[in-house]
Design a binder for this molecule. Structure first.
Ligand SMILES: [Zn+2]
Length: 97
């Protein structure tokens, strides 16, 4: 099995810039909060675009460089999500109110 290059460095910068440009052209919304992203602002602004991985790199290193695993998010939303599972994995509550 081939070693997967860890996320980071010039390659990640390049991939992020390309994905950001795609999202900006399509006006892609944040996949976490469904609100529009202001593509004119940059980090460390919490409203800035950030590339998020739908399947966390920690659990799915093979998908680190897989464009279909990329999602547009606000930096603040991505950081709030942290290392937890993605929202869909939590699933609907089983508690019957
Ligand atoms: Zn958001």
């Amino acid at each position: 099995m081939a070693e997967v290059q860890p996320w980071g460095g010039r390659r990640a910068q390049k991939v992020t810039a390309e994905f950001r440009a795609e999202c900006e052209a399509a006006n892609t919304r944040c996949w976490l909060c469904s609100q529009p992203i202001d593509y004119t602002v940059h980090r460390p602004n919490p409203d800035a675009f950030e590339l998020d991985h739908f399947y966390p790199r920690s659990e799915f290193p093979d998908l680190t460089w897989e464009p279909s695993n990329f999602r547009a998010s606000h930096a603040s939303c991505n950081h709030a999500r942290g290392k937890r599972d993605h929202p869909a994995a939590i699933g609907p509550t089983t508690i019957d109110w």
